[in-house]
Design a protein around this ligand. Structure first.
Ligand SMILES: [Zn+2]
Length: 94
């Protein structure tokens, strides 16, 4: 799921942004960056993507993935938590 090259790319971009703010080149009006291609976008942009259709599609895909991951985590948590809670309850009652 995690693309190592993408992560490296992101880290490189993040650190170059950091260097920009250190050297004063980061003095830009408040803005956000497209979370897909890191293009500068208006601060009010919602969702946080540029107008590029590829980015919009990718963002939608990510949203769906995140929802799936959240549900999966919830289910896993439930699977592990229910026996634990049952044990606690039976201990309290017993
Ligand atoms: Zn974009």
């Amino acid at each position: 799921m995690v693309d190592a090259r993408k992560v490296k790319d992101m880290v490189a971009k993040k650190s170059s942004q950091f260097m920009g703010s250190m050297t004063g080149t980061g003095k830009m009006p408040p803005h956000k960056h497209c979370r897909i291609c890191h293009e500068a976008i208006p601060i009010k942009a919602d969702p946080r993507v540029c107008k590029n259709q590829e980015c919009i599609d990718q963002h939608e895909k990510d949203e769906k993935n995140q929802k799936a991951v959240r549900i999966a985590m919830f289910v896993f948590f439930g699977i592990f938590a229910i026996p634990y809670i049952l044990v606690l309850v039976t201990r309290v009652l017993g």
